[in-house]
Design a protein around this ligand. Structure first.
Ligand SMILES: [Zn+2]
Length: 180
């Protein structure tokens, strides 16, 4: 077992790993996001949390995560266990980066599409109110036509984005293919 009192401050290790560290906030590591303050940390408790990918833990978890090491390797990297850590497996690192990139993309895209969905629902509700007063209301029919075009495709994408990894890959392929 390691002596936890030997663990260095989390801010020190965030800096050593190349993160930009401000007061209880950091960025530039973990899943590679440069979003300022995407990581929160607390030196007193010795823990961190990444708001983008939801990963967190102590300084050993941080090193495991960012250097792609196992527990023992992370302790060695930190100098609290004898020996030198094995070099990270670049292929495993690459695959993990791709998975994390996909998850982050799915979350971001779902947020954007949810907003678009919300706007369309509001337009439909407004059109329905006008049509209840006047079934011939030309503007209401135009709004409905706008809001309904592609609504089922939008809902399908939202389903995929909140689904399995395979679903997210499908959404990504579909949407990036359509954008290209
Ligand atoms: Zn992260």
């Amino acid at each position: 077992m390691i002596d936890r009192s030997q663990l260095p401050p989390i801010s020190e290790i965030l800096s050593a790993l190349g993160a930009r560290v401000q007061r209880r906030r950091a960025s530039g590591i973990c899943h590679g996001s440069d979003t300022p303050g995407v990581i929160s940390y607390d030196d007193r408790r010795g823990i961190y949390y990444c708001h983008r990918c939801g990963h967190g833990g102590d300084v050993i978890d941080l090193v495991r995560r960012t250097r792609d090491l196992d527990y023992r390797g992370a302790c060695q990297w930190l100098g609290i266990a004898p020996g030198r850590p094995a070099a990270p497996d670049p292929e495993a690192l690459r695959r993990r980066r791709i998975r994390e990139g996909l998850r982050a993309w799915a979350r971001r895209t779902a947020k954007e599409l949810s907003y678009e969905h919300y706007v369309r629902e509001r337009v439909i509700a407004a059109a329905e109110r006008r049509l209840r007063r006047d079934a011939q209301d030309e503007w209401a029919w135009r709004w409905l036509a706008w809001a309904y075009v592609g609504l089922d495709a939008l809902e399908h994408k939202l389903d995929l984005l909140s689904g399995t990894e395979a679903n997210q890959v499908e959404a990504y392929t579909h949407m990036r293919g359509a954008a290209a």
